[in-house]
Design a protein around this ligand. Structure first.
Ligand SMILES: CC(C)(COP(=O)(O)OP(=O)(O)OC[C@H]1O[C@@H](n2cnc3c(N)ncnc32)[C@H](O)[C@@H]1OP(=O)(O)O)[C@@H](O)C(=O)NCCC(=O)NCCS
Length: 184
């Protein structure tokens, strides 16, 4: 499948609005809210095209070193074909040199999205009670790009014996959480 990732234009708004209302219920964005994004200097608006039509989109806010995925969706008839993962990968590539972290909020019941984010290395960092207007909790998830860069730089470098012992100690003695906190 030939996919194209490009900046959204106002001409895309009909398609984006349609996908948005098909994808979300109480938290679907109004047409005004979508249009407002074009006036925000920190808003990055992205669409995915397949066979010449818009099949997915994302709005990402970049504020200081944090990229926040405000909303992201794939058209219902184009789901489960790898487009969501492809879009997310392109977002990570786009922001990896601009941000230290990519974060988002997702409904706790949204298993497809949570699985997608986890498969890309996102981790749950916080639960936000009654975040949505219908009372559902949100999970705040994030992908640390600074950590990814460190991992890439370290790749291929054989750890010193002392470091290896450290790793075993963390896993064996249950201090991994503290170690991860230390990385943040
Ligand atoms: C979440 C969403 C963007 C995924 O898009 P997609 O193009 O269907 O996703 P992909 O085909 O790339 O699937 C990637 C992974 O997501 C997970 N996934 C996607 N749909 C799933 C489903 N219905 N059930 C379980 N897991 C699912 C799987 O882990 C999948 O990997 P796999 O195919 O190797 O098992 C899409 O379902 C969507 O638009 N949902 C409505 C809007 C939404 O919830 N957006 C996220 C808001 S935070």
């Amino acid at each position: 499948m030939d996919l194209k990732f490009r900046e959204m234009t106002v001409e895309d708004l009909d398609a984006v609005y349609r996908i948005n209302t098909q994808s979300f219920t109480t938290d679907a964005w109004s047409r005004n809210a979508l249009e407002r994004e074009f006036k925000l200097p920190y808003s990055h608006r992205i669409v995915v095209e397949a066979e010449g039509q818009v099949v997915g989109y994302a709005f990402v806010w970049l504020i200081k070193e944090e990229a926040f995925i405000m909303t992201l969706a794939v058209s219902p008839e184009w789901r489960r074909k790898g487009i969501g993962r492809w879009l997310l990968k392109r977002i990570v590539e786009t922001f990896k040199d601009k941000a230290e972290v990519i974060s988002l909020d997702v409904r706790k019941s949204n298993i497809p999205a949570i699985r997608l984010y986890r498969s890309m290395g996102f981790e749950v960092v916080k639960e936000r009670p009654k975040f949505y207007s219908d009372g559902e909790n949100a999970l705040m998830m994030e992908l640390r790009l600074d950590k990814m860069k460190t991992d890439v730089e370290d790749k291929g470098k054989e750890p010193e014996p002392a470091d290896r012992r450290g790793q075993y100690k963390e896993e064996g003695e249950g201090t991994r959480e503290g170690y991860r906190e230390g990385l943040r």
